[in-house]
Design a protein around this ligand. Structure first.
Ligand code: HEM
Length: 162
């Protein structure tokens, strides 16, 4: 605990962290990058999830997945560094903030859910690629994914108020 708190205090005193807190433009610019990134991330994941749930059944799931999920992964190049920079502005307070902690847990659960989806129901996608209902496990994963990402967005937005 002591070591962790020391690292966070040191981080808060770095020139970058100070600039994030005190510069008029830096924080909002980084926040815009964060938002643009997660709009692509959550947008593409949710559109894929809706296809798995049965919307636009004539579109092949595997091809749609190759297109959308590639963009979801690419968006992390914006979302994660921007998130870490936003964190660096107030590391001590945020590390202690229950909503921020919950947000990180939900991000981890959303990642695990995506991994489980690929390792389990997605392996048989050839059998339900077009014009078939996805198996119940795939549909369950899609609903869970939408709920988890909604939770991440809610926690992110709530951070401004708690
Ligand atoms: C992975 C998907 C992520 C999503 C969907 C997400 C979502 C959000 C949302 C909706 C906001 C509020 C934006 C606003 O109020 O204008 C936000 C802000 C923020 N996010 Fe993320 N975020 C993600 C990842 C991360 C990561 C990995 C970190 C850091 C480790 C992080 C740290 C922050 C911080 C510190 C804020 C600023 C809160 C504030 O200024 O009030 N985020 N995020």
């Amino acid at each position: 605990m002591e070591i962790g708190a020391g690292v966070l205090t040191t981080l808060a005193a770095t020139p970058l962290s100070t600039a994030m807190r005190e510069g008029a433009w830096l924080y909002p610019i980084v926040e815009i990058v964060h938002i643009a990134g997660f709009a692509v991330l959550v947008g593409s994941v949710v559109l894929f999830d809706l296809r798995v749930l049965g919307f636009a059944r004539n579109l092949p799931v595997a091809e749609l997945g190759r297109h959308l999920l590639r963009w979801a992964l690419a968006s992390l190049i914006l979302v994660i560094p921007a998130g870490l920079l936003l964190f660096s502005a107030h590391p001590v307070e945020l590390a202690d903030n229950r909503v921020f902690q919950l947000k990180l847990v939900l991000i981890a659960l959303a990642g695990l859910n995506a991994l489980a989806f690929h390792l389990l129901p997605y392996r048989s996608v050839a059998g339900w690629d077009r014009n078939y209902a996805a198996p119940p496990l795939a549909r369950f994963g899609a609903v869970l994914s939408i709920l988890l990402w909604l939770g991440v967005i809610s926690c992110g937005r709530m951070l401004a108020y708690v």
